[in-house]
Design a protein around this ligand. Structure first.
Ligand SMILES: Cc1ncc(COP(=O)(O)O)c(C=O)c1O
Length: 369
């Protein structure tokens, strides 16, 4: 019997063929020739100056409002450590990024999970919770092509969220690593921009999805005083972030290579998204999903009562892995799954979903709704 190819729809990462390896190597060479002293010394905790300058132009903020970190995960960690203590209420989307849930629960936060709708967090449900007395310090929101659900927060909801943040005095943490990966539809303004420097938003993004995850460069934009406190935390943690990586990213950005990289990634992601929705419609018509307009992920709801843990086991026997919905929620998610199409060529996506569908059809009666 021919051996089954293993296919992973599990990890939120790009495949190597859509990473600009040659352009990155060239950027590394130029960057080191241009500034060996700056890149090879301990830098400042704020980040590599040339990168901060580029980010300052991109976001129209002074460099004092920026902190460049080792991946945006590091930025998240500094922010949560600074703002969240045991018992503090933090709003999250349900479902949300699993590592956010992990960080918050480790800090002892009281996680207030608000359901996600096709156009983003259910702002009405959040408002009701606030009216009933919930007093969050922070709301963690992934506005574009959400991880894990792939949906995007509408403009109207962005504005309503900001209004709630002002009324109830909490900070919006706009966690936005996928924003550049829109392959259809219209871009929406960041809440950071809509806030117009009023101090209700701290914004994070990353070069993991536009350059490469292994480069480990991310950043925060926020109010001066908060960024100042986080810089101090950064100094105490690692003196400075990785100057070599940040120097390469700065050169990659300033030279315009990033625009070509993003264009390549978007073409591939659109094909992969289309392959995913096409295969679901063909092989697994019970699947319900919101079609993402960008990013890496698609969230599938199967009929209530479907045991996705059993489905995952059946798919794994057929050489296919994906993430179960329960990993992205404090409670619920048993009949849902996340498909990451970012790393898989279209023909393999079709094959993988055909195998998942076969496993679904063969689920024993109690596991199948
Ligand atoms: C919503 C969200 N935030 C943060 C991150 C972490 O990104 P980075 O690679 O920049 O640490 C990810 C990575 O998948 C993510 O999906």
């Amino acid at each position: 019997m021919a051996e089954l190819t293993n296919i992973s729809l599990s990890r939120g990462a790009p495949s190597l063929d859509i990473i600009a390896v040659d352009e990155l190597a060239a950027a590394a060479q130029r960057a080191l020739e241009h500034d060996p002293g700056g890149m090879l010394a301990y830098g400042t905790s704020a980040g590599y100056p040339r990168l901060l300058e580029w980010l300052s132009g991109k976001h129209g903020v002074p460099p004092e409002q920026l902190l460049a970190t080792n991946g945006s995960m590091q930025a998240d960690a500094f922010l949560f450590q600074e703002l969240v203590g045991p018992g503090d209420v933090v709003v999250v989307e349900a479902p949300t990024y699993d590592r956010t849930l992990l960080s918050l629960t480790k800090l002892g936060a009281e996680v207030l999970a608000i359901p996600l709708e096709a156009d983003g967090i259910d702002v009405g449900a959040l408002e009701a919770a606030l009216e009933e007395g919930a007093r969050p310090v922070l709301a963690h929101i992934i506005p574009n092509f959400q991880n894990p659900a792939g949906c995007t927060l509408s403009l109207e909801k962005r504005e309503r969220l900001l209004a709630l943040a002002r009324t109830y005095d909490f900070l919006i943490f706009e966690d936005d690593p996928y924003v550049e990966l829109r392959f259809e539809g219209e871009s929406l303004p960041r809440m950071l921009e809509l806030d117009d420097d009023a101090g209700s938003v701290v914004y994070a993004s990353s070069f993991s999805k536009t350059v490469a995850p292994g480069i480990r460069v991310g950043y925060l934009v926020g109010p001066n005083d908060l960024i100042g406190r986080l810089r101090k935390r950064a100094t105490e943690t690692y003196i400075s972030p990785n100057m070599v990586s940040q120097g390469i990213v700065a050169e990659f950005c300033v030279s315009g290579a990033i625009d070509r990289s993003v264009a390549t990634v978007k073409v591939a992601l659109r094909e992969r998204r289309d392959a995913t929705t096409g295969a679901l419609d063909k092989h697994l018509p019970d699947a319900r999903y919101v079609t993402p307009e960008g990013g890496y992920f698609l969230w599938v709801d199967l009929p209530e009562g479907t045991d996705v843990a059993a489905l995952a086991a059946g798919a794994a026997e057929r050489g296919v892995v994906f993430e179960q919905g329960t990993g992205f929620m404090i409670e619920g998610g048993e009949s849902s799954l996340r498909l990451a199409y970012s790393a898989v060529p279209p023909d393999q996506i079709d094959e993988a979903i055909a195998r998942i569908a076969e496993a679904y059809r063969e689920l024993p009666a109690p596991a199948r709704a």
